[in-house]
Design a protein around this ligand. Sequence first.
Ligand code: ADQ
Length: 483
Amino acid sequence: MSKTIIISNRLPLQINIENDELQVTPSVGGLATGLKSFHKEGDSIWIGWSGMPEEEIPEHLLEDVKNKAREEDCIAVNLTQDEIEGFYYGFSNRTIWPLFHYFMEFTESDDWYWETYKQVNQKYADEVLKHYQEGDHIWVHDYQLLLVPNMIREQAPDAIIGFFNHIPFPSYEVFRTLPWRDEVLEGVLGADLIGFHTYDYERHFLSSVSRILRHQVDFNEITLPDRIVKVDSFPMGIDYDKFEKAALDHFEKTSENHSELQQRLDHHLKATPDAKLILSLDRLDYTKGIANRLRAFEYFLDKYPEFIEKVRLVMLAVPSRSNVPQYQRLKREIDELVGRINGKFSTVSWTPIWYFYRSMPFENLIDLYTSCDIALLTPIRDGMNLVAKEYIATRTNHTGVLILSEMAGAAHEMNEALIINPNNFDQMASTLKQAFEMPEEEQISRNKMIQKRLKRYSVEKWAQDFMKALRNTEDNRQAFEAI
Ligand code: ADQ
C-alpha cells in the first residue's frame, strides 16, 4: 500500500536523555504543531532530526532513540554537532532565514555553511530513498530542505514529490543576491508541486525561476525539459477543533483546578476588573517584531496616559536559535526594553509588562489565549503566523480583538482583524486604543466571520488540498508524456 513520507528538519517530537533514560516531548513551532494531526490520522511516516546532536547520544541508546521515534511512525535522522552548526545554525538560519524575511543585513554567505547544507540535505534525501516505494507520495517541508526534492528525483525519477515553503519567498530583487540562487531553485524544482502560504510568495518564486533559470512559466506552471512543475498557494490552517475544545474545557474547570498562571491571571482580573490584558506570543525572533511592539506599547502609554493601570501586556517569548548572535542581541534588547518600560511606568500596585522568556505547556497557551482581551501580533515579516489563528479559535464567546501585522501571511485571510503596519508606532498606538474601545457586538461580529473561515480551512483541509493537488500532478505528467 502506498504511503505519504513527510520530511522536515525536525521531527514533531524532541528526544532528550536524562539519567540514562529517554524523554520524549512534543516539538514547538508552527510546522510541527500544524502537521501533527495530519500525520497521526493518515498512513504516513515522518523523517526528521530528533533534536539531539549525535555525539550526545550514548552508543548504547542509539537503537532506543530509533525505536522511540518508530513508535510514533517517525524516522530519526542523526546529525553531528558540526552538521547542526553549518546546516541549521549556518546556512538555514544565517543565510536563508534572514534573506527570505528581507533582513539582508543579517544574511551571511559562507562556503562552509553552503557545503554543509548540501551534505545534510543529501543525508535527508538518502534516508527518504531508504523508505521510498513506488507509488508513495513524498512531501518535503521548508527552507532547511530546499535541495532535497531534486536529490530524491536524481535517484527516483518517477517519484511524486511535493514541497511546501513555510516562510515567505522574497521578491526576485532580494532573492537574486544569493550566491547559490541557481542551485537552490534547481533543488526545489525537483518537486512536482511547490506550495506557498500566499499568492505573493508564489508570484515571487515564479518570477525568480523565469528570470534566473529562464524556464518557461505559464500562469502557475513551469515547463522543464522533461516535466511540468506546478506552483500554487495553500494558506495553512490550524487544528481548529483542538483549540476550540481546549478553550471550552478550560472554562469548565473550577478555579482550584486551574494552572498557577491562570490563577495569577484571575487575580489580576479581580483586582482590576476594568483593566485589559494584551497578549504578545512568539518565538523570540527578529522577524516577529517584538522590539517594535514594545516600543509601540511605550508610545501608546506616553500618548494615552489614561490607560496607565488599565492595561497589561502579557508577553511570552519562546527561546529560539539562541546560538545565533542576532538572537542573543535581540534577547538583550528585549530585556532592556521591558526593564525600561516597566521602570518608567510602574506604580506601586501595577507593572505594565509581564514578561516570560520560556516555553510553556499547551495548557498555559490556552490560559493566555482565553484570558487576554487583545492579541497584539506585529511581525516585520511572517510566512503565515498560526498564533493569530489559534487566538481567534479559542475565543469561544467570540469576544476579543486581534491586532495583526499586514506583513503576516495570515493577514490575507483575516481582514476583519485590525490590520497594522508594524513600523508605524502611531498607527499601532491608535489601533490599541481602538481595540480598547471596540464595542462587544463589533468584536463578536468580526470574530464570528474569521472563525467560520478558520473552521472550514483547517490544517486537515490544508493538507488534504495539498495532497490532492500533488496527486493531480500525476495526470499532468501523463499528459506531458503524451505530447
Ligand atoms: P513559527 O515561526 O514557529 O512558524 P507560528 O506560525 O506563529 O510561527 O507558529 C508557532 C507555533 O508554536 C504555534 O502553533 C504555537 O501554538 C506554538 N507555540 C508557541 N509557543 C509555544 C509554547 N510555549 N509551547 C508550545 N507551543 C507553542 C513557521 C513560520 C510561520 C508559519 C509556520 C507554519 O515562521 O510564519 O505560520 O511556520 O507554516
